[in-house]
Ligand binder design. Sequence first.
Ligand code: CA
Length: 234
Amino acid sequence: MNNRASVLLVEDEQHLHEALKLNLELEGYTVTSAYDGNDALKKITEAYFDLIIMDIMLPELDGISITENLRIHNNDVPVLMLSAKNSPADKVLGLRKGADDYLTKPFDLEELLIRVEKLIEKNKKIQVKEAVGDQYTFGDNIINFKAQDAITWNKQTIQLSKKEALLLKLLIENKGEVVTREKILQVVWGYNVYPTTRTIDNFILSFRKYFEKDSRNPRYFHSVRGVGYRFVSQ
Ligand code: CA
């Protein structure tokens, strides 16, 4: 598997947890473990995951509440819910509260692995938005992604760092939409890092300095408090 996908495994049954972890790792996934609800929530806020496998019945905080919490915070990580319950009502509740898929215990391991793969693939496809070419113009600014430089509205030619170019590209590809901090860290930094808002904020401040006529009243680069950033043009 190219570019190892990261999975958060939230399951309190020790044996099942270990068996799932081992099998996921054999498939090439990087697995982070959580054995109770609070631990799961903590890990979710600390790092980006490509998928969460979420048991429902957990100590401290149940899987449905965690998923609900994620969605309220605009975190759209795919969630595959696991449950010992098999009443249709629970399934509906789980899906309504934001799960993407659902498996009832006991389940077939092979089936779980296929669903995991499909959910991760599907999410990747959604994430790849309209591709931006080598050059992009907004206002009087021109960015050349290939050369990693830009000509700014006041006719300055500036060199961009690789991360600056990547972040600009990501924001521009998602023009008009909020790009979450988690996604930025995953795409630009490329691995599980512990997000600090300040790191990305500093990049955005630089972009405003380069590309905004009035950096205090940004026209193109907007922060959405507690969520992420949005590039707007026109
Ligand atoms: Ca359980």
